[in-house]
Design a protein around this ligand. Structure first.
Ligand code: SAH
Ligand code: SF4
Length: 352
């Protein structure tokens, strides 16, 4: 039996080759990609300017989508979370967040997964507690975005304006597929979203950050810092033992120099663990003189009850201390907690 091939796993060149093998000219690749990424077609049958015979061959040979929504799409307010089933039966989750105009610029941000599970194993993270199963393919990453793009299209003219690689998994541990997905989502002939509107969140894989600096991409980088000293960070983000803070900060500065993009440091706040004023001072000291932004995220109280959110006043004091020391900070309320929209939560509930 032939191996099933998925169109979103293909870049323009490989699609052209695929079509050439069935005697189709190169322009067909562009035509098909336009249907998939711009017109958001969900089937070959919709591709009305392709000959019927070709549509039938494509239906036999290729698949349009790598994933299917599993169960209901859960939604509350402006956040929609979907659990997807992949071809091998494994599940991942993605979130669509609508930010209304009052919150600044109106945005539709999709938060996508890059792996099934995660090898980093942060103790506070629901995904980290599920272990690592496998990397996603480029098509599986892209299809999460296209799914929500079609969903929005169904409701009118709204479009995806931002993509954050902040769902399940460590994006930089799946570098090749991540880059291929970014290229397809960025290419003007394909999805056409500016790389500036995409953000990769990483636990801090130094070699891959350095590699990314050389890609000449304008993608935003968010570092999940959570602690400003190695002893604590070794515990919270275990990959710190391999790439300690000093090396991580050098890689961050290089990324900023290479791209001109201001780095975001994510700092989840856990009561009694990393939330004191002295922790804030340590953080300010680490980031001193670095053109960056700190995003404070009170713990979303998921997998592990040892990692609770601090009281609101503690979060406020932490922020004020950072600001007093000249560090830009905002507090991000994690959205959609009522629908288990924190990283890996829906899936862990489902697997139970
Ligand atoms: N693996 C990447 C991206 C996915 S996790 C990374 O770690 O950056 C996305 C973000 O959610 C990370 O900043 C992660 O630390 C944070 N996160 C995970 N569990 C959390 C929790 N219980 N409370 C607050 N933030 C959490
Ligand atoms: Fe992996 Fe990120 Fe969760 Fe850590 S926080 S276990 S790196 S997904």
């Amino acid at each position: 039996m032939n191996e099933i091939k998925y169109i979103t796993d293909m870049n323009p060149l490989s699609l052209r080759e695929e079509l050439l093998a069935i005697g189709e000219p190169p322009f067909r690749a562009k035509q098909i990609q336009h249907w998939i990424y711009q017109k958001l077609a969900a089937s070959f049958d919709e591709m009305s300017d392709l000959p019927l015979s070709l549509r039938s061959v494509l239906n036999d040979k290729l698949r349009l989508c790598t994933l299917s929504p599993r169960g209901d799409m859960v939604s509350y307010g402006d956040t929609i979370k979907t659990l997807f089933k992949l071809a091998d039966g494994k599940t991942i989750e993605s979130t669509l967040m609508h930010y209304p105009a009052e919150s600044g610029k109106e945005r539709n941000t999709v938060c996508v997964s890059t792996q099934v599970g995660c090898p980093v194993g942060c103790p506070f993270c629901a995904t980290g507690q599920q272990g690592f199963e496998r990397n996603l393919t480029a098509g599986e990453i892209i299809d999460q975005v296209l799914y929500f793009a079609r969903h929005l299209k169904g409701f009118g003219e709204d479009k995806i304006t931002n993509i954050v690689f902040m769902g399940m998994g460590e994006p930089l541990a799946n570098y090749e597929s991540l880059l291929q997905a970014i290229e397809s989502l960025n290419s003007a002939d394909m999805f056409g979203l500016s790389a500036r509107n995409m953000t990769i969140s990483t636990a801090g894989l130094v070699p891959q950050i350095n590699r990314l600096s050389g890609e000449k991409l304008q993608v935003g980088l968010a570092i999940s810092l959570h602690a400003a000293d190695d002893a604590l960070r070794n515990r919270l983000v275990p990959v710190n033992k391999k790439y300690p803070l000093k090396e991580l900060m050098v890689a961050c500065r290089n990324y900023f120099d290479a791209t001109g993009r201001r780095i975001t440091f994510e700092y989840a706040l856990f009561a009694g663990i990393n939330d004191s004023l002295s922790h804030a001072r340590l953080l300010a000291h680490l980031l001193h003189g670095f053109n960056c932004h700190v995003n404070l995220i009170p713990s979303n109280n998921t997998a592990n009850s040892d990692y609770r959110a601090p009281a609101t006043e503690v979060v406020q004091s932490f922020k004020q201390e950072l600001e007093r020391l000249g560090i830009n900070a905002t507090i991000r309320q994690s959205r959609g907690q009522d629908i288990n929209a924190g990283c890996g939560q829906l899936r862990s509930r489902f697997n139970k």
